[in-house]
Ligand binder design. Structure first.
Ligand SMILES: Cc1cc2nc3c(=O)[nH]c(=O)nc-3n(C[C@H](O)[C@H](O)[C@H](O)COP(=O)(O)OP(=O)(O)OC[C@H]3O[C@@H](n4cnc5c(N)ncnc54)[C@H](O)[C@@H]3O)c2cc1C
Length: 381
């Protein structure tokens, strides 16, 4: 099965050419390994360097830092293709989120050092905001980075961190001034080989099995003050600036997964018979599928609008939140309806819909829950 992009408006021929090479790379280096990675709870470390060598990591990194200097549309192409395949490899977080923090706020030295390594896949990355005691309410984080001469001393812990096992560089959201709320938050670059850095276990999740998700612990961990990303105390503002791209990236993937769920349902119901006719022929099946096809048509138009708007630098935080809300809710609806149309087969792991359904559950939670998306949209009204 292949994602039909013939009616898309956000992409030019250069994006579609890139999509061809992404598809070829995934068919060769990703799809044959998905089942093994799902079992292992993590992708192979070499996948990072292979993806880097194929030019699939960090498309927006400028050429002077070893990247191809492309627009976000190329990230979206990768997100959609990963979504349609049903892969949860954590390269989008690295490319769409972490890379842009460095591009936007990194010092020249930080950019020269880290960006080429991120583009090549030598340094997989993570971003650590969430803590056992604070997720939606980010201002409530307790991890501290206290100034001690030319160093910060980090103490605290993070949880649910995507790429937590593979990451060798982590943007840690920490309080440089614990007395302050948002104004006390800074972003600190932490290398995983520093003394005082410990990875917890790879967490046992309902789905997203091939993406490693971990706890991280910092105990009297010292980093030079030059590891602060951007200005001290500006971390919260930076997070607010970057979250729209993270949310759009999740929306793009969600829409592609929803399409795959529909395509699987159409194919399955045409092939399976009950009461002497294909399941597809029942009015209930056709209406369910037609309803989803209609929402998907609207969804693609909306996604193209949002990508185009983001490329022009105009997508607002509320619009990106609305996009994440809408596309991830559609993803869940499509996966659940498709699984139902598969009957018992849908509950069997040998059918792709089983994994799509399992993995869909989290997209309404991470990157900000649907409730928080409504809060953001609501505040804009
Ligand atoms: C697989 C996975 C990967 C993740 N990857 C990362 C990562 O790489 N980096 C990272 O930092 N985090 C990551 N997260 C964390 C994720 O972003 C948080 O789980 C999410 O933001 C919700 O925070 P929480 O779990 O603390 O839930 P809580 O904030 O405790 O929320 C619990 C419930 O309360 C609701 N709620 C909270 N506040 C409000 C409100 N104001 N109004 C209405 N309802 C509200 C929520 O919507 C939710 O339903 C990941 C999570 C998962 C599951």
């Amino acid at each position: 099965m292949m994602l039909d992009t013939s009616r898309r408006t956000a992409f030019g021929p250069e994006h579609e050419q890139f999509r061809d090479s992404v598809r070829r790379f995934f068919a060769r280096e990703l799809e044959p390994h998905i089942d093994r990675w799902e079992g292992a709870g993590i992708i192979d470390r070499e996948f990072w360097t292979k993806a880097g060598a194929a030019g699939l990591l960090c498309p927006t990194v400028p050429e002077e830092y070893g990247g191809p200097g492309l627009d976000f549309g190329f990230n979206a192409v990768i997100d959609e293709e990963l979504g349609y395949i049903g892969s949860t490899a954590g390269i989008s977080l690295h490319s769409d989120i972490v890379a842009d923090y460095l591009v936007a706020y990194g010092s020249e030295e930080q950019k020269q050092h880290w960006l080429p390594r991120m583009v090549s896949g030598e340094t997989p990355t993570a971003i650590a905001m969430t803590e056992p005691g604070a997720g939606s309410d980010l201002q409530g984080i307790r991890t501290s980075a206290i100034r001690d001469g030319n160093h910060y001393m980090l103490n605290g812990s993070k949880t649910y961190i995507t790429n937590g096992q593979h990451a060798e560089l982590v943007i840690v959201v920490a309080k440089t001034d614990p007395k302050e709320g948002a104004k006390g938050v800074s972003l600190i670059l932490v290398e995983a080989d520093r003394e005082g850095y410990a990875r917890g276990r790879n967490l046992d999740k309902i789905g997203f099995h091939s993406q490693d998700t971990s706890e991280l612990f910092f105990s009297d961990l010292r980093v030079p003050i030059t590891n602060c990303l951007g200005s001290e105390g500006q971390g919260f503002a930076y997070l607010m600036n970057q979250l729209p791209q993270e949310r759009l990236s999740i929306a793009a993937s969600a829409q592609a997964v929803a399409q795959r769920a529909l395509d699987e349902a159409v194919s399955f119901t045409k092939g399976r018979k009950a009461f002497g006719r294909p399941i597809f022929e029942f009015q209930n099946s056709k209406f369910t599928l037609a309803d989803l096809a209609t929402k998907l048509q609207v969804g693609w138009a909306h996604l193209d609008w949002a990508i185009t708007r983001h490329k022009a630098g105009a997508l607002t935080a509320a619009e990106a939140s609305a996009a994440k809300l809408w596309h991830t809710e559609l993803q869940w609806e499509a996966c659940d309806a498709s699984l139902q149309l598969h009957g018992g087969a849908g509950y069997m792991n040998e059918y792709p819909i089983a994994r799509l359904w399992r993995d869909a559950r989290v997209t309404r939670i991470f990157g900000g829950t649907s409730e928080i998306m409504k809060e953001v949209v609501g505040r804009s009204l």
